[in-house]
Design a binder for this molecule. Structure first.
Ligand SMILES: NC(=O)c1ccc[n+]([C@@H]2O[C@H](COP(=O)([O-])OP(=O)(O)OC[C@H]3O[C@@H](n4cnc5c(N)ncnc54)[C@H](O)[C@@H]3O)[C@@H](O)[C@H]2O)c1
Length: 419
């Protein structure tokens, strides 16, 4: 039965056109569609997804439906829903969606509850809000759940904490940790789309500016790389010596954030950590400094401290809020400190989500077939799925690679031959 809560059903055609546009950029998902339609590996399965409601997620959902699943979706971030896509999913693809861009916290959780009331057998999560709510508020429904997937670094960290507490009651596959996910999605996807969001929101020239990236993990590497491509002077801040060293050898300046804050024109966080930008940093920043976050939750910049320091607040542009301080400086926060690439742009380009979501679809198919043998806890993506996604993507790009000769296989497996 249709059940949905979306902003504006009249935008369905607009959403469908954009979903089809993204579909062209997702050859791996397109390739899987035919087999899913034929084999129906998810026949009759109820799937509940808490994901960013974007054109790419729409294409994952249509693939799962083609495979026989009944899919219900809610948003994994209050600002990332593309309302035209939500309308198209409901009107043209028969998928129930509970998501509205700009929804408040109460509505965000009502939408998660709406997904849970469909008694999902499989959960698709991005940040672990669905899994956490299911365990905390609906323990009686856990018996229905056969397995789940987790899309992002922060979600995997939360789920491992749940497992360590003995609280996680079903198996979840850490899709984020697949090589064909984080090496590409977190790095090239966040790299391009975070810059896209910052540029769309501000239209400020990056060339020659000091651009500080807090966190040199997979997302930070991508953001730093693309900011350098725009001619910015990139500074990296880190807490892990190895990652700091890597940033230095990649050619970036490395320093503590308290020093970087004084020279920054832009500061972008991508750590998954809390209050990385805190009051002492805000106190040292130059007038006009732009603050943005690309990490999962809006906790990386201490927004309460910023609000507390402000004597006035202005909205000079969409997705930009200026905090005027008593000494006359203005600090500019983008997208309320939420994922800037999803709130101020359109999230990752479809070509990269093609790999992330191929992992999601293949993992779900595998869980439906073999999940019963898994224990409760966080599990890796099976290596054969990771390798298959890489193979399919290369083939879709029309790229061939070499094959080991039997002699090379023998050589690589032996230890006797040396100099
Ligand atoms: N914007 C997006 O679309 C998107 C996409 C993928 C992941 N994410 C999110 O981005 C965040 C980072 O993901 P990742 O895959 O890059 O994680 P990661 O673990 O690879 O990297 C995080 C880095 O931040 C560093 N760090 C932690 N605390 C810090 C601090 N106080 N100061 C400086 N550095 C600090 C860590 O040492 C690490 O190197 C997570 O919240 C993840 O869920 C966002």
């Amino acid at each position: 039965m249709a059940s949905y809560h979306i902003a504006d059903p009249s935008r369905a055609d607009e959403g469908r056109a954009r979903i089809e546009w993204a579909w062209h950029e997702m050859p791996v998902l397109r390739g899987l569609l035919e087999r899913f339609e034929r084999e129906r590996p998810l026949r009759g399965r109820r799937v509940g997804g808490c994901l960013h409601i974007t054109t790419e997620t729409a294409n994952l959902a249509r693939l799962l439906v083609a495979g026989g699943a009944q899919v219900t979706l809610c948003a994994s971030n209050p600002l990332s829903t593309q309302d035209d896509v939500a309308a198209a999913l409901v009107t043209h693809y028969g998928i129930n969606v509970h998501a509205i861009c700009g929804e408040d916290s109460a509505t965000y959780y009502e939408h998660i509850h709406a997904v849970i009331t469909t008694d999902p057998q499989f959960t698709l999560d991005d940040g672990a809000d669905l899994v956490s709510t299911l365990h905390r508020k609906y323990p009686s429904k856990l018996g229905e759940v056969l397995g789940g997937t987790e899309e992002t670094t922060t979600g995997v960290i939360r789920l491992r904490a749940m497992a360590a507490d003995g609280a996680l009651r079903y198996p979840i596959i850490a899709v984020n940790d697949a090589m064909t996910k984080h090496l590409f999605d977190n790095r090239y996807g966040t790299g391009q789309s975070a810059l896209d969001g910052i540029i769309r929101a501000t239209n400020i020239l990056l060339a020659g500016r000091v651009f500080v990236v807090a966190g040199y993990g997979w997302c930070g590497r991508g953001i730093a790389m693309r900011a350098r491509g725009h001619g910015a002077q990139v500074v990296v801040t880190e807490v892990e010596p190895l990652h700091a060293l890597e940033a230095a050898m990649d050619g970036y300046r490395v320093m503590p954030l308290i020093e970087a804050a004084a020279i920054a024109d832009f500061i972008v966080t991508a750590t998954g950590d809390q209050h990385v930008v805190d009051r002492p940093h805000l106190e040292r920043m130059k007038d006009g400094c732009v603050l943005a976050n690309a990490g999962h939750f809006n906790v990386e910049i201490n927004i309460d401290a910023l609000a507390d320091m402000a004597v006035a607040r202005h909205h000079p542009r969409t997705h930009v809020e200026e905090f005027e301080l008593a000494d006359g400086r203005c600090l500019r926060l983008l997208a309320e400190g939420r994922l800037v690439n999803l709130a101020a742009a359109e999230g990752h380009p479809a070509a990269v989500m093609d790999m992330s979501f191929a992992n999601q679809a293949l993992v779900l198919e595998w869980l439906a077939r073999e999940g019963h043998s898994l224990t409760a806890g966080v599990h890796p993506v099976p290596q054969m799925i990771d390798a298959e996604v890489a193979r399919l993507k290369l083939a879709a790009l029309g790229m061939a690679i070499d094959t080991l000769t039997p002699q090379q296989q023998h050589y690589l497996a032996s230890w006797q031959e040396g100099t």
